[in-house]
Design a protein around this ligand. Structure first.
Ligand code: SAH
Length: 286
């Protein structure tokens, strides 16, 4: 598939373009044609391989999502995107997704004012959402892969759903997203956070991401938001030939670095990049 040249579908509130003190609501999914589709019937399906299988049908929006941003969040995001571009993020689809997805809806109301700063933020249960620059960098590494060069990514596996922010971004960049979280509290929170968005292509799973999700394999790309001492074999097995994996990896000196792993017909090529600070990859569920 060739890139269409059009911006990817965006996650924006109803009155995203309008200057308002609060983002519009309900949230709507903007299509390529700039159309907004209704979001009353949101289906978030979740599957599980060895984890808890679920199919969640959410029929209507239960509650307004707190905004707390006393300004036009679209403009704030546009500034964040400008900064990201100035910092070297150049992929148009990544920048468009970062501009579309409302990060402030994924953090606690007390942190909303920091949502568009280049800082990591706590999301509960001792976990953090990465700073926008790191998220954009990882997504860009995915889009620069052979898979990404074809336009939209195919099936994506995300390990560490956390609050669901990156899953929402991936939902813009890929045809299908399978996102696994090992902490029930965060899995539930992500489901709640994503509920107002119409994201039928984002599947939330509760389980141990170290075993991947065989049912969705092979994956065009795999991305982990948690770092271990080794890349689990299951991830490499479930990665398509020609696919790319991006994850933090703990090096021998105990420091984490970003690793890019490309799976080719000849084998696996691993490239170590810059130092990063991600939460640890842990086995089991809790
Ligand atoms: N991408 C997330 C970032 C979450 S932080 C976001 O946008 O919010 C990383 C997450 O990885 C944490 O929630 C942590 O609980 C989770 N995690 C760690 N080990 C895991 C594992 N084996 N399987 C699934 N999730 C895991």
């Amino acid at each position: 598939m060739k890139p269409s040249g059009k911006p990817p579908a965006g996650l924006v509130p109803k009155k995203a373009a309008a200057v308002s003190t609060r983002p519009g609501f309900p949230l709507r999914l903007k299509t390529d044609a700039g159309q907004l589709s209704a979001t009353k019937n949101v289906a978030v399906s979740a599957h599980s391989a060895g984890a808890t299988a679920m199919n969640v049908e959410i029929n209507r929006l239960q509650r307004p999502v707190p905004s707390g941003l006393g300004l036009d969040s679209h403009a704030v995001r546009a500034r964040m995107v400008q900064k990201l571009a100035a910092q070297g993020v150049s992929d148009a689809q990544v920048l468009a997704a970062m501009g579309n997805v409302e990060r402030h809806r994924f953090v606690d109301s007390a942190l909303v004012n920091q949502a568009y700063e280049d800082t990591s933020l706590p999301i509960g249960l001792g976990q953090t959402i990465s700073k926008p620059n790191v998220v954009a960098r990882m997504l860009e590494l995915l889009m620069r892969s052979d898979q990404g060069q074809r336009g939209k990514l195919g099936r994506v596996l995300e390990i560490g759903t956390g609050c669901g922010y990156q899953a929402a971004l991936l939902g813009q960049l890929a045809t299908e997203v399978y996102s696994i979280e090992r902490l029930r509290g965060l899995h539930d929170k992500a489901r709640e956070n994503l509920r107002p968005f119409r994201l039928p292509n984002v599947h939330l799973l509760f389980g141990d991401g170290m075993v991947g999700y065989a049912k969705g394999a092979p994956y065009a790309v795999i991305i982990s938001a948690a770092g271990g001492e080794a890349i689990p074999d299951a991830w490499i097995d479930q990665l398509a030939v020609g696919g790319r994996l991006v994850a933090p990896l703990q090096a021998a000196n105990g420091q984490q670095a970003l690793v890019v792993l490309d799976k080719t017909a000849q084998g696996v090529r691993q490239t170590l990049l810059e130092a990063v600070h991600f939460v640890p990859l842990k086995s089991g569920t809790s």
